[in-house]
Design a protein around this ligand. Structure first.
Ligand SMILES: NC(=O)c1ccc[n+]([C@@H]2O[C@H](COP(=O)([O-])OP(=O)(O)OC[C@H]3O[C@@H](n4cnc5c(N)ncnc54)[C@H](O)[C@@H]3O)[C@@H](O)[C@H]2O)c1
Length: 321
């Protein structure tokens, strides 16, 4: 059944989530406190949709006209929340901003609406008014959500099980992979693993052991190739568990100590090299951001297509032949 989905925040995640729900057949309303961002979101959704259609990952009928019919961009929260079944909160990761927004949502939104936060590390539940808790949960997507299939789902402390089941079914019906977690932990699973990698990367770079290029070479040609097929836990089985046990016992690897900064990262940011959007970060990228995103998306779609054919030997979609 088509839902009325209100997406709050039209930034990196919000505009892309609006597109995902539209592609899922839902009626989407999108808002942002920045009119410039709301305006920009239209073009970003169009570009992403064009890449999807070109790769055969979206129905050919999904034209820009279809998109503008399916996703209405609105300047006010009141218009966006009217009759909403599902409220997707995708605003900045700031507790004060989220708390203030939830208070407004509580004042305006239908009581039957489900509130789904896209928070990455912040626990949203203490910020959500008590009377909304039974219908509040986390639905955490990865960027770009129209290509990355994982959606972490976490119930709030008093969220009804039926709402969690509903959310998981909703996501699965859109061809995504829901992962219902037992409890909230900042970063869920995938982001926590990424943070562990990041901690090692800071050590290798800051101590001059490896360059950014060398780290990516090791990942692309070593770690990454097997990850979609055997991931981490199935790889452990293929390696043989005694090797892991010996590594632990011999303590030949020491994880990096906790840190709150990386001199290399701080220097790059101070130089204005904040990433692809700024034309450079660890690498030089140039100014054509849209082209870069399209190039990334094209490769991701080709990889997804190949992986669908190959199949995986790990995780909830494990295949044995
Ligand atoms: N960027 C990612 O890769 C990623 C992935 C998963 C989850 N998240 C999470 O999703 C949320 C959004 O992240 P993002 O990367 O899209 O951030 P972003 O900064 O790109 O976008 C946030 C948007 O929220 C808007 N905003 C701020 N206050 C608002 C308000 N009161 N009402 C309406 N709009 C408001 C801002 O103008 C901005 O456009 C965060 O909680 C983040 O942790 C991000």
């Amino acid at each position: 059944m088509a839902l009325k989905v209100a997406v709050l925040g039209a930034g990196t995640m919000g505009h892309a989530l609006a597109l995902v729900y539209a592609l899922g057949g839902h009626e989407v309303r999108l808002t942002d406190s920045s009119m410039a961002m709301l305006d920009k979101a239209g073009g970003l959704m169009e570009t992403a949709l064009a890449s999807l259609v070109e790769a055969g990952e979206a129905p050919a009928g999904c034209t820009p006209d279809w998109l503008h019919h399916q996703v209405t961009r609105l300047p006010t929260l009141a218009e966006t929340l009217e009759d909403a079944d599902l409220i997707v909160e995708a605003i900045i990761e700031n507790p004060d901003a989220k708390r203030a927004l939830y208070a407004e949502v509580d004042r305006i939104a239908p009581m039957a609406a489900v509130i789904a936060s896209n928070t990455s590390y912040l626990d949203p539940f203490p910020l959500i008014p008590e009377r909304r808790q039974a219908r509040s949960l986390i639905m955490h997507w990865y960027t770009p959500p129209y290509l990355v299939d994982l959606v972490d789902i976490v119930a709030g402390p008093t969220c009804e099980q039926a709402i969690v089941d509903w959310a998981a079914e909703l996501v699965a019906a859109m061809g995504k992979v829901p992962l219902v977690m037992k409890t909230f932990v900042p970063g869920y699973i995938a982001n926590r693993l990424q943070q562990a990698l990041a901690a090692e990367v800071y050590r290798l770079i800051d101590e001059g052991v490896a360059t950014a290029e060398e780290i990516d070479t090791a990942v692309v040609h070593g770690l990454a190739l097997r990850i979609p097929i055997v991931a981490i836990m199935a790889k452990a089985d293929f390696t043989g568990l005694p090797i892991l046990q010996n590594a632990l016992r011999n303590a030949t690897y020491q994880p990096p100590p906790p840190r709150t900064d990386s001199p290399t990262l701080d220097r790059l940011i101070a130089e204005g090299r904040t990433g692809v959007m700024a034309g450079g970060g660890y690498y030089d990228w140039g100014k054509d951001t849209a082209k870069l995103f399209a190039a990334r998306d094209r490769r991701l779609m080709a990889l997804k297509k190949a992986l669908r054919e190959i199949g995986t030997m790990a995780g909830s979609t494990r295949q044995m032949d």
